[in-house]
Design a binder for this molecule. Structure first.
Ligand SMILES: *Cc1c(COP(=O)(O)O)cnc(C)c1O
Length: 227
């Protein structure tokens, strides 16, 4: 096995173990391979093992890879900060966007999603650790944004995403994930049909799965350290 296949097997094992500890089915947790800064060759190696969902942060960098791998039937998730002059290309080239944090961006993505494609899947990014420097909608504005976004015709609101501030212990990592899950439940109770809780990365995927993550976004543990 090559290193990427090896690493992917290890990540799947971590997901299985965390799911077992949480008394959940591992089938309810999807793995998004975060391929920012990796070449199309690395993505293809992962795809050859059966990994089909990939996450990218920068439109310019992603576009070439998406084109090069067009025959591989992959699903592309945009997970980086969104500038409004990039929404047309994002709405055209991606299947999912996890980093929507304001209505202006949601409305542009809906307006610019090509009619021949299915609705664009959306997660709202929540600034769960209330960091001034981080993107994400403030929790007290989340419900209003979620309701407005769910009314847009070419979008399908699927759930929430967050990148908490780093924490050392599993208990400390779980705390912001638990809060995100509470927001998720609250929106479901308000009548929104959400099914995706996008939380957990290489260093905290176990904590995220214990708190109900349905999609972990993993880069380093699959592809190795970034340059
Ligand atoms: C880079 C990135 C990841 C993956 O981080 P790793 O620590 O390499 O697993 C996940 N989510 C987002 C939004 C990222 O930008």
């Amino acid at each position: 096995m090559n290193a990427i296949a090896d690493n992917l097997a290890r990540v799947h094992e971590r997901i299985r173990a965390a799911a077992a500890a949480a008394a959940r089915s591992p089938d309810d947790i999807r793995l998004l391979a975060v391929s920012k800064s990796r070449g199309a060759d690395a993505i293809e190696m992962a795809a050859d093992t059966g990994q089909h969902e990939f996450g990218e942060n920068y439109l310019q960098e992603a576009a070439g890879k998406i084109a090069a791998l067009a025959g591989n039937n992959l699903t592309w998730h945009f997970i980086g900060p969104i500038q409004s002059n990039k929404t047309r290309d994002i709405a055209t080239q991606f299947d999912w966007v996890h980093s929507v944090d304001r209505f202006k961006i949601a409305r542009r993505l809906s307006e610019q999603r090509p009619g021949g494609l299915p609705p664009l899947n959306i997660c709202l990014q929540v600034n769960i650790s209330a960091e001034a420097s981080k993107s994400g909608v403030a929790p007290d504005q989340l419900e209003e944004l979620a309701k407005a976004t769910s009314d847009l015709p070419q979008l399908r609101l699927r759930g929430l995403m967050a990148i908490p501030a780093p924490a050392e212990t599993c208990a400390a990592q779980r705390e912001p994930f638990a809060r995100l899950r509470q927001h998720f439940s609250r929106l479901q109770q308000a009548g929104l049909a959400l099914d995706t809780l996008s939380m957990g990365m290489s260093d905290d995927l176990e904590a995220a799965i214990l708190e109900g993550s349905t999609l972990v976004r993993v880069g380093t543990a699959i592809f190795g350290p970034r340059a």
